[in-house]
Design a binder for this molecule. Structure first.
Ligand code: NDP
Length: 480
């Protein structure tokens, strides 16, 4: 069986402790690889390697680093099909989605930051005849990058690429639930000639490997994407050490549908924003708020379209929804649906596990689920479910829509559907979320700030925000 090895100091290695974890394929429930079960000893080796590699990586300069990062991206593009297949097997997502979204975006992450760093300016502040100030930005040092299982290579590279481009060396941990494409990436980094120690990937469990990276005094910056509870634990450990922290956390995103929207365009988009990747994207809409005038029309048309979605083999290019990522996650999502029923919700479609035939009979599939009849305060409309489950709530006017949209402790991404430009501006300004899409969803320009408010996180990724995070600003003041 394939072994997912650590990538430390340019070499592929088993864990120091010699242990292994199982890597499951959600489509079948079967074990398809073994993962190095690392601990703080492996993290120590990785931090030592990264620290040693730092001066030469910095000295290579922006052009030298950019060229090497571009080379990795080219190799990823060469292997796009193999990476897409691996992502689909490891995560359960439809192969068509991995081909169209995950892997192309991972490649773009490398290319974008390899380019961005070449075009990045320093600020200068001139004080008439007194002095000139300029901002010198030096890499922060060894960066810790910890990522989740939902968009494995996409989110892993979203952190690593700006860190490397900015001149940091990296100790990274993908989710132990979906480590496989990060392992394939480590092979490509060796082939590309990335100097040993510049990127180190340590596999294993969050509370062992992730916690050791967070607590290591040689890692002054932690970039984390994952659940809000884990983010709070990382902040608890890192804050007294005065580490730089970027936390991209959970969400409970609203889509607000006004009766003046383009109905057909909205319907197609809301179907995508609800169920892409089995609803396991932090940006997915989970609370659908619909103006009363079109509530019944929307409900009927939406439920009809949801019922027609195909839940099936992720390897089949016509599948709409594949498997959810793990048995534990399936149980958690089904538990949320049971709770919604207890709270008085009506399940309009879905609401159960889907049992497929043959080799897929033990896979972890859930029917796309639509629930109505619940108010904003219940747990179903407050807790992050992170699966193929959405709720419907009616509203009367802008004020009620805004109150419902802002009624959770999260603030990541909102979607507005309206043809009224003034209303769109007003609502966008007043929504408590880091990202607002108007008449679209998941349109991404990598230069824009990305992140959430409230319990959805601290800090912003993307574009210059990411390069700023991975560098320390120093003001140099020269007397004229
Ligand atoms: P988790 O918080 O469980 O895990 C995220 C990562 O943190 C994993 O690599 C995990 O390791 C690791 N980890 C777990 N415990 C610790 C610890 N004590 N110290 C350091 N690292 C640790 O999140 P999930 O993987 O379940 O991902 C789903 C969550 O991510 C959802 O809440 C979702 O909303 C959020 N998310 C947010 C995004 C955003 O941009 N705001 C984007 C995508 C997802 P392991 O898995 O190996 O245990």
């Amino acid at each position: 069986m394939e072994q997912v090895l650590n990538y430390i100091n340019g070499t592929l290695l088993p864990a120091v402790g010699g242990g292994w974890l199982d890597d499951h394929a959600p489509a079948t429930g079967a074990v398809h690889a073994h993962i190095a079960d690392s601990d703080e000893r492996d993290v120590e080796l990785a931090v030592q390697a990264a620290t040693k590699a730092l001066p030469a990586w910095k000295a290579l300069g922006t052009q030298g680093r950019s060229d090497l990062i571009m080379r990795v991206a080219d190799l990823m593009e060469r292997d796009l099909e193999a990476l897409a297949k691996a992502e689909s097997i490891d995560n359960g997502k439809p192969i068509a989605l991995a081909r169209r979204m995950d892997i192309p975006r991972a490649i773009s992450n490398f290319r974008f930051f390899a380019g961005a760093v070449l075009h990045w300016n320093s600020d200068a502040h001139l004080m008439d005849d007194v002095a000139i100030n300029y901002t010198d930005r030096q890499p922060v040092g060894v960066a810790g990058c910890i990522s989740p299982w939902n968009l494995p290579l996409y989110l892993f590279t979203w952190k690593i690429a700006p860190a490397l481009a900015a001149g940091c060396c990296v100790v990274a941990k993908p989710s132990e639930i979906t480590p496989y494409t990060a392992f394939l990436l480590s092979r490509l980094c060796i082939e590309a000639g990335l100097p040993p120690g510049v990127l180190n990937i340590v596999h294993g469990l969050g509370p062992k490997v992730g916690a050791a990276i967070t607590a290591h005094p040689g890692v002054p910056a932690i970039s984390f994407t994952g659940g809000t509870r884990t983010g709070a634990e990382i902040a608890r450990v890192a804050a007294p050490m005065f580490k730089k922290l970027s936390l991209e956390l959970g969400g409970k995103n609203p889509v607000v549908i006004f009766d003046d929207c383009d109905f057909e365009e909205m319907l197609t988009s809301v179907l995508r924003s609800s169920f892409t990747n089995q609803g396991q994207i932090c940006l997915c809409s989970s609370r659908i708020l619909v103006q009363r005038g079109i509530y019944e029309r929307f409900k009927q048309a939406f439920v009809e379209r949801v019922k027609a979605m195909r839940v099936g083999d992720p390897a089949d290019p016509t599948t709409d929804l594949g498997a959810v990522v793990s048995e534990a996650h399936m149980t958690k999502v089904l538990g949320h649906i049971a709770l919604a029923r207890e709270e008085g919700g009506t399940v309009l479609c879905g609401g159960e596990r889907v049992l497929l035939d043959g080799p897929l009979r033990n896979g972890w599939y859930i029917a796309p689920t639509v629930i109505e009849g619940l108010g904003p305060e219940c747990r179903t409309n407050q807790d992050e479910i992170f699966g193929p489950v959405v709720t419907l709530q009616p509203f009367t006017d802008d004020a009620e829509a805004l109150a419902l949209a802002n009624s959770t402790s999260y603030g990541l991404a909102s979607v507005l559907w309206t043809s009224n430009v003034k209303r769109a501006h007003r609502m966008a300004r007043d929504l408590h979320s880091g990202i607002v899409w108007v008449n679209c969803w998941l349109v991404r320009d990598l230069r824009t700030p990305f992140g959430g408010m409230k319990q959805s996180g601290v800090g912003r990724e993307g574009g210059h925000e990411a390069l700023r995070f991975f560098t320390e600003a120093k003001n140099v003041c020269i007397r004229l």
